[in-house]
Design a protein around this ligand. Structure first.
Ligand code: TGC
Ligand code: FAD
Length: 388
């Protein structure tokens, strides 16, 4: 089925020529390379690794970073890349979010010159894959409580602990592991071949099936002095990375919603029940119009989010508000699209069921919907409601 991207308010004209070019390139890539095979990968629970080199060639990895082989496009351009990739599948966008925002960004922002030279050009080309280890089995929404520790030994560090739910975990050559060194959270670039490091995949997911999700186990894992990210300490380190990735997710969720709307509209125009296509019935039109309304609002939110970021005015609270709104919006639209498709909507002949299940993970990761409620709640009231 040809894809018709919803743009009810002509928002397209508010993007720069370069942003439109990048978006159209990724849209075409998703149509030609992702859509024909994503259903198969999702069913098999495999990630399409063959796409990674192409992402590198097109400059989609770390795209808004400058230097070191990165494309240096605008934050809005990065957002549009996420939108288009998630139109294909949330797992594909996750790969790019983790590589770009959660691993390349902190190396670029907090790494030594040697670390930047060593990792960034290889990661931009897709020859080295990274993962981001923050969450632990008992510390998800509250990563500050992490148990993973690093101790100084000789000319390096010994890391001990377990990270869980780590995207790209077993596919990565380098893991950015957050661990407490003398009680303070620090970032360590751990080569995954290091002695004492193991990545075990988590199976049985009914969401983000076309994405690698792993547990990282570090038992006296020894790394060199050069593994420590020198430029940041405390929770500001991982939370700064999350701000970058959440920004991309705000756009990505819109892409998933646009895919579901497009499928539902096309199906409703074709599917005849009683005397006419179901698109001609008021109740179905109400669902489609609600989708147009919510997607259009989310697109405008994203546009302003990008412009605020480009002028260094974007706050974590504003990102949380958009992550919370846009992912919930996409999750609702995926479910309504599935409803419009009737029984066909529960089969993998159509994509809305896959998006619906993927969006359950997106609703939870990078801060759950409720945690983002509390972040914005704290921002507007000045009172934190996370604890007690
Ligand atoms: P808090 O005491 O408020 O702040 C600690 C320090 O961090 C600073 N800060 C931020 N800096 C940059 N960006 C942000 N968004 C920031 N938020 C806070 C803050 O100014 C302070 O700095 P300093 O210098 O004064 O020390 O933070 P807290 O430790 O109490 O945390 C509160 C809370 C609940 C908001 C935080 O823990 C949180 O966001 N929890 C949710 C956990 C989460 O989102 N995990 C995601 C794991 S990664 C993932 O899911 C990847 S999915 C794969 C994919 O992306 O596709
Ligand atoms: P919990 O924190 O146990 O939350 C469970 C429920 O309790 C939620 O509804 C939550 O909103 C609620 N809750 C928690 N605290 C409060 C509170 N104070 N007030 C009110 N309600 C509360 N992590 C990484 O570090 N790197 C990755 O690459 C990564 N990839 C992921 C990929 C997938 C597919 C998934 C599913 C997760 C991934 N995660 C990753 C982990 C993700 O960030 C966590 O799952 C998320 O932060 C939530 O933590 P949790 O699952 O432990 O849930």
């Amino acid at each position: 089925m040809a894809y018709h991207a919803l743009d009810y308010y002509g928002i397209d004209e508010l993007f720069t020529h370069e942003e439109r070019m990048v978006r159209d390139t990724v849209r075409e890539l998703v149509s030609s390379r992702v859509m024909p095979q994503i259903g198969k990968h999702w069913s098999a629970g495999t990630f399409p690794h063959e796409l990674v080199a192409r992402f590198g060639e097109l400059g989609l990895l770390g795209p808004s970073l400058t230097g070191y082989g990165c494309a240096g496009i605008s934050p809005t351009g990065y957002g549009l890349i996420c939108q288009e990739l998630e139109r294909g599948d949330s797992g594909i966008r996750s790969f790019v979010s983790v590589q770009s925002s959660l691993v390349m960004f902190p190396i670029w922002a907090f790494g030594s010159e040697e670390q930047k030279q060593k990792y960034l050009p290889e990661m931009a080309a897709g020859r080295v894959i990274g993962c981001f280890g923050l969450t632990e089995p008992d510390f998800g929404s509250n990563p500050t409580g992490m148990l993973t520790t690093a101790k100084r030994v000789g000319a390096g560090y010994r890391i001990t602990g377990t990270k869980r739910w780590i995207t790209n975990g077993s596919a990565a050559q380098v893991a950015l592991v957050w661990a407490k060194l003398d009680g303070t959270v620090r970032g360590f670039l751990v080569p995954t071949q290091s002695p004492g490091f193991a990545a075990r995949d988590i199976h049985g997911k009914w969401s983000l099936r076309a994405s690698v999700t792993s547990e990282l186990v570090m038992e006296d894992c020894e790394v060199g002095e050069d593994a420590l990210l020198p430029g940041v300490s405390g929770m500001r380190g991982p939370l700064s990375c999350l701000s970058q990735a959440r920004f991309g997710i705000c756009y990505g969720a819109v892409g998933a919603a646009m895919a579901c709307y497009d499928e539902a509209l096309s199906y409703a125009k074709d599917r005849v029940q009683f005397s006419k296509p179901i698109a001609g019935y008021q109740l179905v039109q109400r669902k489609l119009v609600d989708m147009v309304s919510e997607i259009t609002k989310a697109q405008l939110l994203c546009l302003q989010l990008g412009r605020l970021k480009e002028t260094n005015r974007l706050t974590p609270g504003q990102i949380s508000l958009a992550k919370r709104n846009n992912v919930a919006m996409a999750r609702d639209i995926a479910r309504d699209a599935r409803d419009i498709l009737g029984a066909n909507g529960v089969t993998d002949d159509y994509q809305c069921g896959r998006h619906m299940l993927n969006l359950e993970s997106v609703y939870t990761y990078e801060g759950t919907h409720d945690i983002h409620t509390l972040i914005v709640g704290q921002d507007v009231t000045g009172l934190a409601a996370f604890d007690s």
